[in-house]
Design a protein. Structure first.
Length: 559
C-alpha cells in the first residue's frame, strides 16, 4: 500500500487522536520519544502541554479525559513511563481512557545491545519490560517495531480504549515514530460489548419483578454512567420510574443534583445523615454503573442480596448473576420494560431542602473542615460558581466532607475517590481546565499537595486561573483516623509517621509565580472568595485548621 513520505507513524497517531477529540497532549520530554514530540510540535490540530513531572503529566491527562472523553500523555522510556504508572493505574480502575505514548531503543541500537551486551540508558535490560508492566493496568499494550504494521496496531489499541473506557500503552522503537506510513482511512468507532439476549432478558425480567415488589426501591448511579455517556438514558429511567436516586461518591454530579428526585450523594457512613437514613430504609437498590469500594462495606454486608448491580464487570440481581449483560443495553431494555407505568412507585421521600445561605458572617470564627466547605458551598451557590468551575477533591478528609454538599450541577465535581491517590487533585487540575473549560477549585490536604506541589508552576505557566486550597493541619489526618482515631481526643497523640513538615505556603506560591493567601477564620475566607471572583491567575490558599479537627464524616467512617 502506498505511503506518504511526509506522513509519519507519529502523524498517524496524532490524526487518530484528533479524530477522537484530543486537542492537547501532556508531556515530559525524552530523547527516545523525540520523534513523536517533533511531530506533535508541527501538528496544526493538537498542542503539546509541557509538565515538569511525569506523574503530574499523567494526572493532567486523566483530568483531561474526564471531560474530553480521552486523554494522552507522552513520556520518556522507563524512567518516565514508570513514574506515571500510579496515575495510569487510577485511570484503569476508574474507567478513564488515557493513551500513554513512549519509545524505546531504535532498531540500530538494539543491534548494538544484542551484539555488545550493553545496557542502554533508562533500560532494565529487558526491552519488553514496558509491555510486561503496563499490560496489568491497560486494555491494550502495543510495541510498534515496524511502520508498516504500526497503523493497524494503533487503531486496535485506540478502539479498545474507547470501547472499554480504559488506558492503553503505545511504545514505538525510537526510529519508528518518524518513519512514513499510510494515512488514516475512515473513523474509529467503539465496539459494543458482547450481549447475550437471553441473559439480558432474564436480568431485566428479574429486575422489574424485584423493583415492583419492593416497598422502598432506590436508584444509585455510578461513575460508569458518565464514562459511557449514559446520563440522558439514566435520567429517562429515573423520571419514567419516579424513583428517588443517589450517586456514589466518585459519581457525584454525574447528573444535575438540583433534580427533585435526588436525595444526596451516598458515601457510606460519611453521607449526609438524611441521605444515609433513606438508603438504610430501602429494600431494593438499582445500582447502575457503580463500582463499590470498601467505603460501602456496611451497605454490602446488610443489603447485598437486595442490590441489583449492573456495571462493566458484572450483572446481578441479588445473588443471581447474568453473563454478557452490558450496562448500555441493560439500561435501555430496563427502561423499555418499565415504560411510564402509572402503577410504578412514585418518589417515596420528599427532597431535603437546601440549608439557607450563611448570611451574616462571624469574622473571627475559626475554620474547620465543615466550616470551610459550608462557606465555600454557600458562596458558590450564591455566586453560581459551579456553572463554570469544577470542585476537585483529593483523597483527604475534605473529600468525604464535600460529599455532603448539595445542589451542584452536572460535571462540576472531580475526585479520585476509587483509586484514592494523594496528589491527584492538584495534578489533574490542568487537564480539567483544558479538557472541560472549567475553572479548577482544588481542595487538597497538606500531604497530597506536598506530593504534587510542582504542578502549581505548570498551572501558572499555562495561565490557568485555578485556585488550590490546602487544608493545612500539618498531619495526614485521614490516615491517622484509620490508624487510631483516639489521637484526635484531647490528650491523644498522633503517630510520628502521620506528622508533616511545616511549609511556608506564601513563599512557595511566590516561588512558583502564583498568588498566595492565608486564611484561618470564616471572615477571612469570605473576603478572599469575593476577591477570587475577579482574580484571573493561579492562586494558592493556605487554609489553617486545628490539627485535631476531625470532620464528622471521617469520624463516622473510621468508627
Amino acid at each position: 500500500m502506498a505511503t506518504n513520505k511526509d506522513f509519519s507513524v507519529a502523524d498517524y497517531l496524532l490524526a487518530r487522536l484528533h479524530q477522537l477529540g484530543v486537542h492537547k497532549v501532556f508531556q515530559v520530554p525524552g530523547d527516545y520519544v523525540s520523534g513523536f514530540m517533533d511531530a506533535l510540535e508541527q501538528s496544526a490540530d493538537i498542542r503539546p502541554v509541557g509538565e515538569v513531572n511525569e506523574l503530574s503529566a499523567a494526572y493532567a491527562a486523566d483530568g483531561y479525559a474526564r471531560y474530553a472523553g480521552i486523554g494522552a500523555v507522552s513520556l520518556q522510556y522507563g524512567v518516565g513511563t514508570f513514574s506515571a504508572m500510579n496515575a495510569i493505574a487510577g485511570a484503569y480502575v476508574e474507567r478513564n481512557p488515557v493513551v500513554v505514548i513512549s519509545a524505546s531503543p531504535s532498531a540500530k541500537n538494539r543491534q548494538i545491545i544484542w551484539s555488545e551486551d550493553v545496557l542502554f540508558h533508562h533500560s532494565t535490560g529487558d526491552l519488553e519490560v514496558g509491555r510486561k508492566v503496563f499490560e496489568n493496568i491497560t486494555v491494550a499494550c502495543e510495541l510498534l517495531d515496524d511502520s508498516r504494521t504500526a497503523p493497524a496496531l494503533i487503531d486496535r489499541a485506540l478502539v479498545a480504549a474507547i470501547s472499554q473506557r480504559r488506558p492503553i500503552y503505545l511504545e514505538a522503537w525510537q526510529n519508528v515514530w518518524g518513519e512514513p506510513c499510510e494515512e488514516p482511512k475512515g473513523e474509529l468507532r467503539a465496539v459494543p460489548a458482547a450481549c447475550d439476549l437471553q441473559s439480558l432478558d432474564a436480568a431485566v425480567e428479574t429486575s422489574v419483578q424485584r423493583l415492583r415488589e419492593a416497598k422502598k426501591p432506590l436508584i444509585m448511579l455510578g461513575i460508569e454512567i458518565a464514562r459511557f455517556g449514559l446520563q440522558k438514558q439514566a435520567l429517562h429511567l429515573i423520571e419514567a420510574s419516579g424513583l428517588s436516586f443517589t450517586t456514589s461518591l466518585e459519581a457525584k454530579t454525574v447528573v444535575d443534583e438540583n433534580h427533585p428526585q435526588f436525595i444526596g450523594t451516598y458515601a457510606g457512613t460519611a453521607s449526609r445523615l438524611w441521605t444515609q437514613d433513606l438508603v438504610d430504609q430501602t429494600d431494593c437498590i438499582l445500582a447502575l454503573g457503580v463500582i463499590f469500594t470498601d467505603d460501602y462495606l456496611q451497605l454490602l454486608k446488610k443489603d447485598f442480596g437486595q442490590i441489583i448491580l449492573v456495571n462493566t464487570q458484572q450483572a446481578r440481581t441479588g445473588l443471581q448473576y447474568y453473563p454478557h449483560v452490558p450496562l448500555p443495553q441493560y439500561l435501555g431494555a430496563l427502561t423499555s420494560a418499565l415504560g411510564l407505568d402509572e402503577n410504578f412507585p412514585l418518589p417515596l421521600h420528599p427532597r431535603e431542602p437546601l440549608s439557607p445561605l450563611l448570611g451574616a458572617t462571624d469574622h473571627d470564627t475559626p475554620l474547620t473542615y465543615e466550616r470551610f466547605l459550608d462557606t465555600l458551598a454557600d458562596f458558590a451557590r450564591e455566586q453560581r460558581l459551579w456553572d463554570n468551575s469544577a470542585l476537585i477533591l483529593g483523597e483527604s478528609s475534605a473529600l468525604y466532607a464535600a460529599s455532603n454538599i448539595m445542589g451542584m450541577p452536572e460535571n462540576s465535581f472531580v475526585a479520585d475517590a476509587i483509586w484514592g491517590s494523594l496528589g491527584h487533585e492538584t495534578g489533574c487540575a490542568l487537564g480539567v481546565a483544558m479538557g472541560g473549560g472549567r475553572r479548577p477549585l482544588v481542595v487538597a490536604g497538606d500531604g497530597g499537595f506536598m506530593m504534587m506541589c510542582q504542578s502549581l508552576s505548570t498551572l501558572v505557566r499555562n495561565r490557568v486561573n485555578a485556585v488550590v486550597f490546602v487544608m493545612s493541619n500539618e498531619v495526614y489526618a485521614i490516615e491517622q483516623a484509620f490508624v487510631n482515631i483516639n489521637a484526635f481526643k484531647e490528650h491523644g497523640e498522633f503517630a510520628p509517621f502521620d506528622i508533616l513538615p511545616s511549609w511556608d505556603y506564601l513563599a512557595l506560591a511566590k516561588g512558583f509565580g502564583a498568588r498566595g493567601y492565608r486564611v484561618s477564620t470564616e471572615g477571612e475566607l469570605r473576603e478572599l472568595l469575593l476577591k477570587l471572583l475577579v482574580i484571573d491567575e493561579t492562586v494558592l490558599v493556605q487554609v489553617v485548621i486545628p490539627q485535631k479537627d476531625l470532620a464528622p464524616q471521617i469520624e463516622r467512617l473510621a468508627s
